[in-house]
Design a protein around this ligand. Structure first.
Ligand SMILES: C[S@@+](CC[C@H](N)C(=O)[O-])C[C@H]1O[C@@H](n2cnc3c(N)ncnc32)[C@H](O)[C@@H]1O
Length: 298
């Protein structure tokens, strides 16, 4: 069971109003939505969006709570928020929530995400569409691979890794998690990052972000959310690593410069010690929120 992160803080900052409508752009198991529904009764609706068909089916069939009939679900990418909103036909939205990343259950289902599963195919795609991580390491140019690992993994050995990938694939195709982990452990220093993290951590993160277009989707989703909301509408984003958090922070700052939004969280809101003890996943969560002050509704 996925435990919703920063739940109390999210509900407060969304400033939920009875009989108003909201969007949960990352429905998952509906942990946040369930509590939002309680506070916006009896007529308020939630448009719940999720990209993962299986996860959405699980929510539709297996999650039960009072007021669930007021959740309208749409299977889609939050990068296409406007399209999802039209499909769900939920009007006059007062707030949008993005709880980024993936639920604990999903991480176990997608092949190739964990560098511990050495026999698994190097896939990493959450929707099974587009290029897999295997396609990237076997077909991209050396410089492209290095750039991905540097940009999305913050990996200072990116060039060395890309060179080793090219040399290896000339002899044999890179097929599995184990194939890539072998290259990484061979070319990276024995005491990589002082032993704090596994040598594969940053490269695996980079490939996952790249094949799933994670940062691009967030940026598009945020832009669409600003366009959907009227004055006073709020956007709340919970992120789990520094690349996502930086993107959200910079996005809100740019909107402030354009005088379209005001920031509601001077510093990111983090989980309390109590929450982290109860849910270790909350340790890296950062919540940022902003409010529309000049509507650009399209
Ligand atoms: C951290 S979980 C959300 C958990 C949810 N707040 C809860 O409490 O149950 C993130 C969800 O967002 C979905 N997701 C990830 N990227 C997405 C995207 N680009 N568009 C729509 N949904 C996405 C994932 O499939 C996952 O179910």
């Amino acid at each position: 069971m996925h435990i919703p992160v920063l739940l109390k803080e999210t509900l407060e900052i969304l400033d939920l109003q009875s009989n108003e409508n909201y969007i949960d752009a990352t429905l998952g198991e509906g942990g946040h939505t369930k509590e939002i529904i309680k506070k916006i009764g009896p007529k308020g609706k939630v448009l719940g969006i999720d990209w993962d068909k299986q996860s959405l089916e699980y929510f539709q069939k297996d999650i039960i709570f009072e007021g669930k009939e007021r959740v309208v679900t749409v299977c889609g990418n939050y990068a296409d928020l406007q399209k999802c909103k039209e499909e769900g036909n939920v009007l006059d939205v007062k707030g949008v929530l993005f709880d980024l990343g993936w639920s604990s259950a999903q991480l176990g289902v997608v092949r190739g995400l964990s560098f511990k599963e050495s026999e698994e195919e190097l896939d990493m795609r959450f929707t099974g569409e587009g290029e897999s991580a295997k396609d990237v390491v076997n077909t991209y140019r050396e410089e492209e691979i290095a750039n991905i690992i540097y940009e999305f993994g913050d990996e200072r050995y990116s060039r060395r890794i890309a060179k080793a990938i090219i040399e290896t694939r000339r002899k044999k195709k890179i097929e599995t998690v184990g194939d890539l982990v072998e290259i990484l452990t061979r070319v990276l220093p024995r005491r990589y990052e002082g032993g704090r993290i596994h040598p594969a951590t940053r490269t695996f993160q980079a490939l996952r972000i790249h094949v799933n277009h994670e940062l691009e989707n967030i940026e598009k989703g945020l832009k669409a959310a600003v366009e959907i909301l009227d004055e006073g509408g709020r956007i709340v984003v919970i992120s789990f690593h520094s690349l996502e958090d930086r993107l959200v922070k910079n996005f809100f700052r740019e909107e402030v410069k354009k005088k379209t939004m005001a920031i509601l969280t001077k510093k990111p809101v983090c989980a309390t010690r109590g929450e982290v003890i109860n849910n270790p996943r909350a340790r890296s969560a950062k919540l940022r929120a902003a409010q529309v002050i000049l509507s650009t509704t399209s």
